[in-house]
Design a protein around this ligand. Sequence first.
Ligand SMILES: [Zn+2]
Length: 227
Amino acid sequence: MNSNSKQPNKFTRFLRNNAALLLLIFCVLAIAAVVLAVTLTRDNPAVVPDGPVAGTPDDNNPDNKPDEPDKPITQKVDVYFQSPVKHTGIGLGYTFGPNDLFTFKSSLNEWSTHKALDLQAEEGAEVAAMYDGTVVDVGKSFLKGNYVVVDHGEGVVATYGSLGDIEVTKGQTVARGQTLGYVGITAESEYREGAHVHLEVTANNITVDPTPYVNGEVFRTVEVTEQ
Ligand SMILES: [Zn+2]
């Protein structure tokens, strides 16, 4: 009749005998829980450093001082006019001015003023803009042949005459050194002079000697911004 009382005794004995094992299992679960918790909390903060990474240079230089070299530097630079063509010599010189000199035009068989400078060059050689500007006229005339007129700004207008083919159109913006056309023999009044560029320059509507422009003695002071 001890069977009834033996049942609880068995369970109590089981707990007593396996208490160490149960404690061990509990401890293992507890450690596992702690490790899991630490791992999760460590993963989340790991994201936080990603934020400041982009701003790391700012942390070192809060005033953005290393960015200064990137600031545009504006300085004044003299930009000179250039000869429109690699000329081999001067044909008819500039004979208009205070002395009102006359030059003999063999093609016309007469003496007359020459309000231009004839730059002798190989036929077909490139004729370039002496400076930045806008093409204000393109045409053909007896005295100038095929010509291009460029407004170079500040009242300076140049006519490039005795051209062969022309590469620009009226209204077009051109840069210093840009090809306007090619040396020709199209100025009928000057065909005996051979291939050349008949160059006229006016400053504020007054005809001037083109020589200083061709020689690169005339310049503009411009502001140049460098990155
Ligand atoms: Zn001429």
